[in-house]
Design a protein around this ligand. Sequence first.
Ligand code: HEM
Length: 439
Amino acid sequence: MADIPDDPTTARSAERFRDRTLNLLPAELLSTVYRRRGSVAGIGRFVCLLGADANRFILANTELFSWREAFRAFIPVSGDTALILSDGSAHRRMRRLVQPSFHLAQVQRHMSIVAENADAVIDGWRPGQRIDVDQAFRSAIRRSTIHSLFGRQMGMETEFFTEQLRDPLDLVRSGVAPVVTWNRRLSTPRWRRSMAALSKVDERIYAEISRVRCGADVGDNLLASLAHAVDESGVPLSDKEIRDQVVNLISADETTHPLIPWAIYGMLTAPGAWDRAASEVREILGDRWPEADDLKRLTYLNGVVHETLRLYPPSAIMLRYVVKDFEFAGRHVRRGSTVWFSPYITHRMPELWPEPLAFRPQRWDPTDPSYRKHRNNEYLPFVSGPHRCVGAELAVTELTVILARLLARSSLHLPEQRIRPGNIPVMGPVHGLHVDVLD
Ligand code: HEM
C-alpha cells in the first residue's frame, strides 16, 4: 500500500499537486497572445478570436462558417453525411432525426448500463494496486455509449470497434485535409490499412442496420429510431446515412473519457473535495446505483463535473472555417481563413471566474455565495447554437454516474508522477493518470 501522509489535506495527493491546476501549453501561449495583443491576432489566413466578446460573435454568426470545410479531413472516415460534416439544410434535416434520442429523459433511461460498466471496472481493483484511471474507464464509457445508442449486441463488440477505428481515426485526426488526400492519392500502406479496417466496421454496421430493418428488437434506441425514421418529405434515411451517424457518434464519444481522470485529479488535489463529494454520494445514494431523480440532488458532484469541464474542456482550442468575409474588432477576416477560438482560455479568465485556477465545485451551487450564472459565451465546453454537442447530456450523465460509483466504492491516493495535459485529439493526460487504490 502507498505511504500516505497523516495531514488530511495532503493525504489525498502528493504534496506537489496540492490545489494545483494543470496547464495546456499551446492554449497558454494563445492566452499570452490575448493578454498582449487583445481579442484578435493572427497571421495571413489564420486568425485567433479570443475572449468572451469574440465567442459571442462566433456563436451569433454561424452563417459565416462551414463545419464541412473545417472538418473535411474526417470525410473518408465519418462519411459526408455525418452531423458534424454537414451545413445548412442538410445539417438541420439530420439533426432533427438524431437529436430526440439524446434528450435528457431518453439518456437517463440508460443510466443502469453506465453504472454496470463502471462497477465492472472497480470490481477488478485491489487495495495497494496502482491504476491508470484514464485507461481504466476509456472502454467502459465507450461500451456504455454504444450499448445505449445502438443496442446490447453492438455494445458487446466495443473492443472490435475501438480496435478497427484506431488506424482510420489516427489518420484523419491530424485535421489536415491535404495529409489525408496525399495518403489517399498515393494509396500509402497507412491509407490501405485504414480503409481495410474501416470496411470491417462498415460491414458490421450495415449488418446491424439490416437486422433492425427486418424487425429485430434492439431496444428503444437511436439505431432503431434512425432505421425507421423518415424526414420531413417522407423520405427514409439510407443505410449509408445511418452508417455515417453511427461512425461519427462512436468517434465523438472519445471526447468524454479524459474528463474522468481530470475530475479525479481535481477532487484529490483540492482540499476536502473528494471527501465532500463522497459524503454527498453516501448520504443520497448509499450503495445503490443513481437514478434519474437523484441526479439533480447531487449538487456538489454536479459542481465537480462542471468545474472539470471548465478547467479541462476537451475541445480546448476550436476552429471555424470562414465562408464569408467579416469584420471583428476592426480586423477584416477573409473567406477561406481559419479562425481559432478557445473555451480553455475563456474558462480561465479572472474577469469572468474569481480564483479562476482553483478547482471549486461549490461555485456551481446556486445556494453558495460564490455562485454566478454564466452566459453561453463565458462557459462553452459544448459550445451553443445549431452544432451544439448533441451528446452533451449523455456525456454529463455518464460522467456523473461513473464518478458516483467511484466515490461510493473506492478510496484513492494520487502519487508523485508526471502529469501533462495534451490536446490531440482532445485535452487529456498524455501519460494517463495513476492513482493508488487504498480501499
Ligand atoms: C464531455 C464530452 C464532450 C464534449 C466536451 C463535447 C464537445 C463538443 C463540441 C465542443 C462540439 C461542437 C463542435 C463544433 O462546433 O466545432 C461537439 C459536437 C458534437 N458532439 Fe460532442 N462532446 C462530448 C461528448 C459527446 C458524445 C458522448 C457524443 C455522442 C456519443 C458527442 C457527439 C457529438 C456530435 C455528433 C457533434 C456534432 C453535432 C452537430 O454538428 O450538430 N459528443 N461536441
